[in-house]
Design a protein around this ligand. Structure first.
Ligand code: 6PG
Length: 469
């Protein structure tokens, strides 16, 4: 029997679509799944691609059906299932084989797996794959971390199956172990912030401007043709125009307002906090999902406080568009700042321009302005994205709209968790003289932590007891 070019374990939604994508690109794929029935279902639904697959329920036979040195993609649920799959595979592998872990792993797990497998002669690449079900099938964005030599073995297949932006593959080697999954985590953090800001603007349209879903959908469609052009804006329009077949009502009005979260947004915020990098739009978005989950408490609190203020606002659709643009740039700036710091801290040497470039197609946060971000990073951004010439210009032109929306939200009792965070971030970042002088004074008052005076050398302390009388 002709051996397979690559193996894939895990035929749930992402795995099966990835397997079909690989086969469609002309490779022969060995497939395996813990529940054997799923392999049969997959093969029976593979259609014209069926001859490209080598199905095997037995792990030993599966491994034996792949060309040596083997490349085996694991696409199972993140966490313990990945470790269990690796443990089950190991006895069947030979030195030189490479495991490619493609789930939404925590980057620390990828570092650990790399360190555990390397002494055994087994290679490990941790790859972030973005684009959901459609991306996996048609071409995702792929963020690779691990040993460069092992990347060179897998490069051909991963590049072939990735999304293309103007013919350029959205797949790149980003650094040693952990780098790929870290970048994917931050991608998801930005995704959370982006989605939250869009939801906040939808809240203004629905509750502040009294627009119905159809009218909101049209706004998103129009915006998608302008500077906000992005996948998330596009799908928001589709979600808002969908109608429930049973009731004839807008589907959006029937969807329960409790957001799920699998963990990558939270990991992104945790990484930012650990690295000491402000990522308030992402933190806000994670918190907003958590508040959304407290539905019973929210309903009870609404009974206690009532409406409080008249929620109607006066804002133009253009002001909302500009505010969203400024907010999104602040969110991307935060995500990129986290990656820049992690790169330094973990010696990854992350290519920020390349990251922006491989996010231009295939992934969930693909958007028009990523092309401009890639160019800005390629030209070298000394500090923050918001002060890179092109983006400083956009912030200058749109911060006023962001102020109007956040202020209208505050007065109209419309939550502005991430848009508000974006505005405060911008204002704090661009202020040469902040207010931390008072914090330093307080710290020294209660804990003798010391402070620096701007007109002299060395740490100082205040004579605080003398202020008490
Ligand atoms: C992607 C998505 C993908 C998935 C998230 C959803 O890039 O393709 O981010 O990874 O949709 O895991 O995450 P939550 O369930 O946390 O929203």
């Amino acid at each position: 029997m002709e051996l397979a070019d690559i193996g894939l374990i895990g035929l749930a939604v992402m795995g099966r679509n990835l397997a079909l994508n690989i086969a469609e690109n002309g490779y022969r794929v060995a497939v395996n799944n813990r529940t054997a029935a799923r392999i049969d279902d997959f093969i029976s639904e593979a259609g014209k691609l069926e001859p490209q697959f080598v199905p095997n329920a037995d792990l030993g036979d599966f491994v034996a059906s792949i060309k040596v040195p083997r490349s085996i993609i694991i696409m199972v649920k993140a966490g313990a299932p990945v470790d269990m799959t690796i443990a089950a595979l190991l006895p069947h592998l030979d030195k030189g084989d490479v495991i490619i872990e493609a789930g939404n792993a925590n980057y620390r797990d990828s570092v650990r797996r790399y360190e555990e497998l390397t002494p055994q002669g087994i290679g490990f690449l941790g790859i972030g794959v973005s684009g959901g079900e459609e991306g996996a099938r048609q071409g995702p964005s792929i963020m690779v971390g691990g040993s460069k030599a092992q990347w060179l073995n897998a490069e051909e297949v991963l590049t072939a199956i990735s999304a293309k932006f103007n013919g350029e593959p959205c797949c790149a080697y980003l650094g040693k172990s952990g780098a790929g999954h870290f970048v994917k985590t931050i991608h998801n953090g930005i995704e959370y912030a982006d989605m939250q800001m869009i939801a906040e603007v939808y809240g203004v349209m629905r509750d502040g401007l009294g627009m119905d879903p159809k009218a909101c959908a049209q706004v998103f469609k129009d915006w998608n043709a302008g500077p906000l052009n992005s996948y998330l804006i596009e799908i928001s329009g589709h979600v808002l125009e969908a109608v429930d077949e049973k009731t004839g009502m807008p589907l959006i009005d029937l969807i329960l307002d409790k957001a799920g979260q699998k963990g990558t947004g939270r990991w992104s915020a945790i990484a930012a906090l650990e690295l000491g990098v402000p990522a308030t739009t992402i933190e806000g978005a994670v918190a907003a999902r958590s508040i959304s989950a407290l539905r019973d408490e929210r309903i009870a609190a609404e009974k206690i406080f009532g409406t409080l203020v008249e929620g109607k606002v006066e804002l133009s659709i253009q002001t909302l568009e500009q505010a969203l643009l400024a907010g999104k740039i602040a969110a991307y700036a935060q995500g990129f700042a986290v990656m820049a710091k992690a790169s330094e801290e973990y010696e990854w040497d992350l290519p920020l321009g390349t990251i922006a470039r491989i996010w231009r197609a295939g992934c969930i946060i693909r958007s028009g302005f990523l092309d401009q971000m890639a160019t800005s990073y390629d030209n070298g951004i000394a500090a923050n994205l918001m002060v890179a010439p092109d983006f400083a210009e956009i912030m200058r032109a749109n911060h006023g709209a962001l102020r109007q929306v956040v202020a209208a939200g505050a007065l109209g009792a419309l939550p502005m968790v991430s848009l508000g965070a974006a505005l405060s971030y911008f204002d704090s970042y661009r202020k040469g003289r902040g207010t931390a002088n008072l914090i330093q004074g307080q710290r020294d008052f209660f804990g003798a932590h010391g402070f620096i005076l701007m007109d002299r050398e060395g740490e100082q302390h205040g004579d605080w007891p003398s202020t008490l009388d």
